[in-house]
Design a protein around this ligand. Sequence first.
Ligand SMILES: C/C(=C\CNc1ncnc2c1ncn2[C@@H]1O[C@H](COP(=O)(O)O)[C@@H](O)[C@H]1O)CO
Length: 240
Amino acid sequence: MPKSTTDQRLLDGDGRTDWVHTDPWRVLRIQSEFVEGFGGLAEVGPAISVFGSARTPRDHPDYALGEAVGAAIARAGFACITGGGPGAMEAANKGALRAGGLSVGLGIELPFETGLNEFVDLGVNFRYFFVRKTMFVKYAEGFVVLPGGMGTLDEMFEALTLVQTRKVTSFPIVLLGSSYWGGLLDWLRDSALTRGTIGEGDLSLIHLVDDPQEAVDLVVQGARHGLAEPADTTTSSEAM
Ligand SMILES: C/C(=C\CNc1ncnc2c1ncn2[C@@H]1O[C@H](COP(=O)(O)O)[C@@H](O)[C@H]1O)CO
């Protein structure tokens, strides 16, 4: 017979805490984060995710662009999902909220805490970037990408990879601002395509526009689920 029972080992604390920092325990935290995210966002309805620089100042034209995108998303009857942070995220949330739409912020725990911006009316906070990124794709019909840096590029290229590899289907990715994004598209065409690291068809996965309404129209036209039908969760969850 074992010297102690499982119940005893569970209930008799031995004072050690190192297990809290082990990977198996982290798996449970990751799992709970997925559960919280899925639960919090399940009833958001059709939505568009908007990305862009956390550093866009409020008086910069890109901020106005973000507000216009958020407003256009709300007018189209979609929820606007952002990273819930400052800059372009705040701008899109503000535009959506002021236009009467649902303004969603998926916050991320960072060493320098910024918190959710004041224009988020449904907020979910995440510890793990990869869990949060799943939510941006799973609960959106497409992405609108404002000028941004590393984080924005990461979010955009993750979506492009998912579409390129057909992990998600009918998922429009629209870059807003040709003066900012034009150079990247030139590089993709002149270097990546010429070297053969991407295919001709891959370039057509990216739309480039300057008009916020046009950006939203492109996502709405290519939407996976449509507004009339309830979301078909099979397609998106199978992709994850
Ligand atoms: C840099 C500053 C604050 C950072 N706060 C953020 N809050 C929420 N989400 C963020 C934050 N920073 C990056 N992100 C995510 O990446 C994208 C923006 O990154 P970029 O490098 O600024 O382009 C954005 O879409 C978020 O999802 C201090 O102001």
